[in-house]
Write a protein that binds this ligand. Sequence first.
Ligand code: PMP
Length: 306
Amino acid sequence: MPKYAFFGGEFVPIEKAKVSIMTHAFNYGTGCFEGIRAYWNEEEEQLFIFRMREHYERFHRSCGILHIELPYSVEQLGEITVDLLRKEDARTDTYIRPLAYKATEGIGVRLHDLEDEFALFALPFGKYIEKEEGANVCVSSWSRISDNAVPARAKITGAYVNSALSKTEAVLNGFDEAIVLTSDGHVSEGSAENLFIVRNGVLITPPVTEDILEGITRATMIQVAREKLDLETVERKIDRTELYVAEEAFFCGTGVQVAAIATIDHRPVGTGKLGPIVKGLRDLYFDIVRGKVEDYRDWCTPVYSK
Ligand code: PMP
């Protein structure tokens, strides 16, 4: 459990960070959020926040779409986050949750003429899915929300009902995760993570116009695959059955990190075992996020001064 939260413009004990049942965002899902990870580096006795700037830049963009005015700049949000982690004395892998939401207490569906609030908490966090080296996944019967209905590009709290429907359906049917298709039937992403497949040794991922969240881990994968593994990524539409004939496939995201997919709709992906490309990307990712790869060290914000 976290000990503190940033709430109402100050640090308060977590028990004091409470909202009313009349809160607009609680009634209508009118909030935006982020999910950021910080990784503990044992040798350096340092906690590194991964790509915090990019997360807070996306947070600002999500808020813009939802007519939420954030009172803090990207830099200020970063400072508040570092302060919170220091107050928590976080010395383990940690998940950071910023939230911005329509805080007015009252009835009426809209985005204008409402008060905005910002809140932040952080808690220790390990794996998001158990079988990171070979998840069994299905194609969901639920479609991804479309940009003209609820934009997936913005990380909107209410939009995660779509993710929750597909995740729970998958788990109740015995799978670890779901892959969700766009309303025109192309591959979009996982329930809460982006997706890549490998065909003929080339990485392929849906473009940002396929109702995906524009993932920071996705961008990380594209860059490090090119720079460190000499692998190009093609961003193009993916058919459902390409999932069944792919050599390798994986999910990536802040929560899921980099997770290999073993089977899709009961069909083994490639050999059904962790493949060389996904293994290479996983190994690299876990080194990068802990600040162990010099070239990407500026993606890692240290929490404690040395
Ligand atoms: N898609 C969805 C729907 C997500 O919720 C997430 C997790 N934030 C991602 C993709 C991955 O995004 P990121 O790599 O920025 O965490």
